[in-house]
Design a protein around this ligand. Structure first.
Ligand SMILES: Nc1ncnc2c1ncn2[C@@H]1O[C@H](COP(=O)(O)OP(=O)(O)OP(=O)(O)O)[C@@H](O)[C@H]1O
Length: 697
């Protein structure tokens, strides 16, 4: 395109933008008028209700109140629409394509503008901007210029895209306009990725990539398992997918129906903004441990996943690793199943009994007992007695006397080998011939690795209750951190559709991890997809991380930045000075977030103490933290999972700190949190994971 044509197209787009903004303003004005009319109407109705209350009968009052409520609801939906239009006013769209539909009578291709929300111009009766989730919008993500087709509710529509254009519009002005046939490399994506981070996750509607779009719009898979390399956009995609499903199934699916199982509160807060930004309400989020506590009716105290990881790192306890490893194996689940079946079969020894000289056959008792396997033991026994009493009534036309009822209850109770769930679970290990595999954590609490097996057993023997059970779509992030037994519980509890995502290279606890293949064996009817392009980090950082844990599938995006630096220090003290210096550099930069990502919480606390008082906006993340803001964030790699920072410092990458496979994973997670700059420090001997990099970096 020559400069003259470009200028004239820019001018045309500028006029189009101004026109769209005018139309938005007119629609906002019209809504304002309607809102004023509603307000007056509501006021008038209220006054009428008040002044005429003595003359109105009950029915009339109800009807007047209903009419007021109806008016308020109409007003609310007008307000919601105004809110969307006001948002669109800043940036009504981010893309355009011109589409000539096959067989259409239109002489020239139709320009279609795509934005974060739909803008239907009520006054003109015309769609001016299409929601990014509309069927036609998939053309924007799936094609460049040339032949193209999409699935509309009426079937496949084919045609030709004659122009594709991307915009960045801010404060109602076009900052960037790029035609895709002119720029082969996606400049808008590059531009987006090079920007400084936020303390919350951003939406990516303007630059969703083709493979990502396919995942977002997949509305068929019952369970979609996404294995994606670090920074491939898994979490973003999963949230956009939820927004898409809410749009696609708006009549049957609401935000109330969605449940996210998230790794911790900081992560929950980090992602909480994405759906509201996309025009949807926030959805429910629950942590694995909160869910576990609910399923165990708060009857058992247990250590947390974070504590378990910390114990593994700090104690290097081989027996503990063996326990965790076994409990994360598919064989374990099979054995637990066998055991549960045996317990269930043997725990109730039904035999013929005589009550009030009437026979109750053993087979009947057994049948009724089996039928109520979903009740807690005491309730179940009560239910069996009650049903047998009713059957005696029907069969023999006889009502039991109180003392006969008491005898019946006691006899049925005597048939059950009564044990607590915990005892039954503990005996599983004796049954296996491996009693050493059951060990309690500090203060008599259950080890985290025992929590879900216990819940599983409870489900088999007694049943569980959960307020989340009716969720219609479940999203699980960091799938690699949950062993098969955890999926078995989730699979039985939630029969709904699921999106499960993670990266096997980012397991913070390799002794109780799952790969996608193992998850698929537990969660049947699943579909597997992978995302291999990594968007978060500059290519220099991605390559550096690849040297720590090589993932052959990872394809870094070609965005350049400063090469990572390894700072060799003579002592721990000097390492602290180097970190201080790097923090000073950060505070003088245009970047917003710096993560100092440590191996353990103890180390993180020490780094925090060393920097405390010297810098504003310094925050130590702990297991109890609920959010993080801009500035300097000090945390463990475990806590940093799923988060990202403009810059990352990994302190003390020494031979003693980072030696095992687990520590390699943590180092990998820490390094892949960096978007633009990465610094590592060490003293004495560098970790052998970076030894070969100390020269190059
Ligand atoms: N299509 C895209 N357009 C713009 N940015 C993108 C795109 N895809 C991913 N990103 C950016 O890449 C970064 C990583 O995304 P996200 O956190 O969703 O990835 P992830 O796969 O869940 O990462 P990890 O597993 O490493 O935590 C984010 O900054 C996100 O905005």
């Amino acid at each position: 395109m020559d400069t003259k044509t470009e200028t004239s197209q820019r001018d045309a787009e500028h006029r189009q933008l101004m026109h769209t903004l005018d139309r938005i303003d007119l629609n906002i004005e019209e809504i304002n008028q309607r809102l004023a009319a509603y307000a007056e109407d509501i006021q008038a109705q209220k006054e009428y209700l008040w002044t005429s209350r003595d003359e109105m009968d009950h029915i009339e009052k109800i009807s007047a109140r209903e009419s007021i409520e109806q008016a308020v609801m109409t007003g609310d939906s007008a307000l919601a629409r105004r809110h969307k239009l006001e948002k669109l006013r800043h940036s009504p769209y981010f893309g355009r394509f011109d589409f000539a539909q096959q067989g259409s009578p239109e002489a020239s291709p139709l320009p279609i503008y795509i934005g974060i929300h739909h803008f239907y111009d009520d006054l003109a009766g015309q769609s001016r901007v299409y929601d990014w989730r509309a069927p036609i919008a998939s053309l924007f993500y799936d094609y460049e210029t040339g032949p193209a087709s999409y699935q509309s509710p009426k079937g496949e529509i084919s045609g030709h895209i004659t122009l594709k254009r991307q915009f960045r519009i801010k404060k109602a002005s076009i900052e960037l306009m790029i035609d895709s046939d002119v720029h082969v490399v996606d400049d808008v994506l590059q531009d987006t990725l090079s920007q400084a981070s936020d303390d919350t996750m951003k939406n990516i509607v303007a630059t969703i990539q083709r493979d990502q779009n396919a995942i977002i719009r997949n509305d068929e898979a019952h369970t979609l398992i996404i294995q994606g390399v670090a920074g491939s956009g898994k979490t973003s995609i999963a949230l956009h997918r939820i927004a898409f499903l809410l749009y696609r199934f708006k009549d049957t699916l609401t935000s109330e129906d969605i449940l996210i199982i998230s790794p911790n509160q900081v992560f929950s807060d980090y992602i909480a903004n994405v759906l509201p930004e996309l025009g949807e309400e926030t959805v429910n989020q629950v942590g694995m441990e909160t869910l576990a506590d609910e399923l165990l009716s708060s009857q058992y105290r247990f250590e947390t996943f974070f504590e378990q990881t910390t114990a593994l790192l700090e104690k290097n306890d081989e027996a503990m690793k063996a326990r965790l490893h076994f409990k994360a194996s598919p064989e374990f689940l099979k054995e637990l199943d066998r055991y549960a079946a045996e317990v269930e079969a043997k725990r109730f020894t039904a035999e013929d009994i005589w009550i009030a000289r009437r026979l109750v056959p053993g087979w009947l008792l057994e049948e009724v007992f089996k039928k109520h396997r979903n009740l807690p033991t005491n309730e179940r026994l009560g239910q069996v007695s009650w049903e047998i009493e009713r059957k005696i009534g029907n069969q023999y036309n006889y009502d039991l006397e109180p003392d006969e009822r008491k005898t019946l209850k006691a006899t049925i109770k005597g048939m059950l080998k009564q044990k607590t769930l915990r005892e039954t679970y503990k005996e599983f290990y004796t049954w296996l011939g491996k009693p050493e595999l059951f060990k309690t954590a500090s203060r008599g609490r259950l080890e985290y690795a025992d929590v879900f097996p216990l819940i599983y057993l409870k489900m088999r023997l007694e049943g569980v209750h959960s307020r989340w059970r009716n969720a219609k779509h479940l999203l699980i992030d960091e799938m690699q951190d949950y062993p098969p037994v955890q999926y078995a519980v989730i699979g039985q509890l939630f029969r709904c559709k699921k999106t499960v995502l993670g990266d096997s290279y980012q397991s913070v606890n390799p002794y109780s991890a799952s790969k996608a293949e193992q998850i698929r064996q537990v969660l049947r009817q699943s579909m597997y997809v992978s995302l291999n392009k990594s968007y978060r980090s500059s290519i220099e950082i991605s390559r550096f991380a690849q040297h720590i844990a090589y993932n052959p599938d990872l394809e870094p995006i070609e965005r350049h930045g400063k090469p990572p630096a390894i700072h060799r220090c003579s002592s721990r003290k000097q390492s602290q000075t180097a970190i201080q210096q790097l923090v000073h550099e950060f505070t003088a930069s245009t970047h917003n977030t710096l993560g100092i990502v440590c191996k353990t919480q103890k180390q993180a606390s020490l780094v925090f103490k060393a920097l405390e008082g010297q810098f504003d906006k310094l925050q130590l993340l702990t297991e109890q933290s609920t959010a993080f803001g801009q500035g300097v964030i000090i945390c463990t790699a475990h806590m940093a999972k799923g988060l990202e920072f403009d810059r990352v410092i990994v302190p003390e990458v020494t031979a003693t700190h980072y030696a095992t496979d687990m520590e390699r994973n943590l180092l990998y997670v820490a390094c892949t949190r960096a978007m633009h700059q990465l610094d590592l420090t060490y003293h004495d001997q560098p970790s052998h994971f970076i030894e070969h990099l100390t020269q190059a970096a």
